[in-house]
Design a protein around this ligand. Structure first.
Ligand SMILES: Cc1cc2nc3c(=O)[nH]c(=O)nc-3n(C[C@H](O)[C@H](O)[C@H](O)COP(=O)(O)OP(=O)(O)OC[C@H]3O[C@@H](n4cnc5c(N)ncnc54)[C@H](O)[C@@H]3O)c2cc1C
Length: 446
């Protein structure tokens, strides 16, 4: 019979979810050993700036490419891990999990004993089978190392082709444009960000990016990448046969969950590690959170995997409460952000393709919100440069306050006023999430 340290927690993954889980366990009073196994080198960092400010350049730190970039934003301060007595193993990959003996085996041949295991392994970029993807000059954007390589490449690039008009593709396109490149974006779907935003907002962003100078092509995918005279990528050939000059190519075609370790350990995986409403796998001692977890999401109407800072941090806080004894389903309202040049997009809840929409504000002046209704009731809100609308929408939706389409169509309607009047009225309603809302951080409010 094997023995293991019942009071020890091992967390695989040193990203947004893994670090928050360790932090929340300690601040929640967990006194046992906590070990984070992180395969990336260096201090754990925030990913969102990598496709935004990090590529823009600043006066802080000159680079060899002639541009300048700020340092990556760390997830915690330098003394956090020692102060909190949390063991952080960097540049260390977990290679297998033996659930019977409660051990995680590491790439260096050693192993760790756990009482509770949290899988926070995130996701990796999806790879396209397109010919030419292996050419020098073709990049993905997920890690700090990717962003460093791209920041340097932007110093000499002229013609940039971005494959995929999702959030990261468009954020990168904006940064490349600001660095003086000609930028073409190829999107095989009819509009940008098609998986995540309403058609109305996708079309608005398509026009805005074109006006800013991006050559955004929709209904046009990538067919092949071809080398130039120097053997590096030189051209991108699209599905319409168009041939675009390209000395730098960035793929942004989505991610795949890192669920291989879990699958090899006999846990259920289906587009991510399958967990219950407490974020626990079928093994009561193993949890999964963040980008790698497929959880029952009441806001999506079924099993769902979310890729956002909000989801990673809120699930981490939740799992810590469960490990400390709480028994409650994870129900946080999803919210997202993306900064694309002058446009700050913020979304409260998940939109669905058949939602009915109403626009509040000034589309021409790039300051408006799209209200999405399901069965005549407000269900999600997308805001462009309207942070006050976004915050009110989150409060309304998290509290379960029902706003009808007719009410929103009335002269003078505002989300803020609607929230204030309902929050002050003595109506029986679902408790507001306000108290539990994470304090906005400089780069953590989308
Ligand atoms: C460029 C970029 C911009 C983004 N911008 C935004 C934004 O504006 N707003 C927003 O909400 N979200 C944004 N996101 C998404 C957000 O960063 C992710 O949703 C979030 O980081 C998920 O956290 P996570 O901890 O689940 O995964 P990750 O942050 O990916 O962390 C998982 C970690 O686990 C490690 N790992 C995997 N397998 C192992 C193993 N076997 N052993 C050890 N370690 C392992 C991985 O290498 C990784 O370091 C962005 C993402 C990227 C890449």
């Amino acid at each position: 019979m094997s023995t293991f340290e019942t009071d020890s927690v091992v967390i695989i993954g040193g990203g947004q979810a893994g670090i928050q889980a360790a932090d929340s366990l300690r601040s929640g009073g967990f006194g046992g050993p906590i070990t984070i196994v992180a395969d990336e080198p260096g201090q754990p960092y925030q990913r969102p700036p990598l496709s935004k400010d990090y590529l823009k350049g600043s006066a802080q730190k000159p680079d060899d490419d002639g541009g300048a970039r700020p340092a990556p934003l760390p997830l915690r301060g330098p003394s956090f891990f020692t102060d909190q007595n949390i063991t952080l193993l960097t540049a260390t990959a977990a290679v297998s999990i033996d659930r019977a003996s409660h051990r995680v085996r590491l790439a260096d041949g050693t192993s760790l004993s756990y009482g509770t295991l949290i899988l926070a392994t995130g996701a990796r970029n999806r790879e396209l089978p397109t010919p030419g993807m292996e050419l020098p000059g073709v990049h993905g954007l997920r890690t700090l190392r990717d962003a460093e390589a791209l920041g340097a490449a932007l110093g000499s690039a002229r013609n940039v082709v971005v494959i995929g008009a999702g959030f990261i593709g468009l954020e990168f396109a904006t940064a490349a444009l600001a660095r003086g490149c000609q930028v073409t974006v190829l999107e095989f779907a009819p509009r940008p960000m098609g998986r995540a935003v309403t058609a109305l907002l996708g079309d608005w962003f398509a026009q805005a990016h074109r006006q800013a100078g991006v050559d955004l092509r929709v209904n046009e995918g990538i067919a092949a990448l071809e080398p130039g005279d120097d053997g590096r990528v030189g051209f991108a050939v699209s599905t319409t046969g168009e041939r675009y000059p390209a000395d730098l190519v960035v793929t942004g075609v989505g991610v795949q969950p890192n669920d291989q370790l879990a699958a090899a350990a006999g846990l259920d995986v289906a587009n991510g590690i399958v967990v219950d409403a407490n974020l626990r796998t079928a093994d009561p001692d193993v949890y999964a959170i963040g980008d790698c977890a497929n959880f029952p999401c009441e806001h999506a109407g079924g099993p769902f995997r979310l890729e956002s800072v909000q989801n990673a941090t809120d699930q981490a806080r939740h799992v810590a409460r469960v490990i400390l004894g709480a028994d409650e389903p994870y129900r946080e309202l999803p919210w997202f952000w993306s900064t694309q040049g002058a446009f700050r997009l913020q979304m409260a809840n998940i939109v669905r393709p058949d939602d009915e929409t109403i626009v509040l504000g000034d589309q021409d002046g790039a300051s408006f919100s799209v209200l999405c209704f399901r069965d005549g009731i407000l269900a999600a809100v997308e805001s462009v440069n309207k942070p006050a609308d976004h915050l009110s929408a989150r409060k309304i939706l998290a509290a379960g306050i029902q706003i009808s389409r007719d009410e929103a169509l009335a002269e003078g309607f505002s989300l803020r006023a609607a929230y204030k009047s309902r929050a002050e009225a003595p109506l029986p309603r679902v408790a507001t999430q306000e108290a539990a809302e994470p304090a906005p951080r400089p780069s953590a409010v989308r």
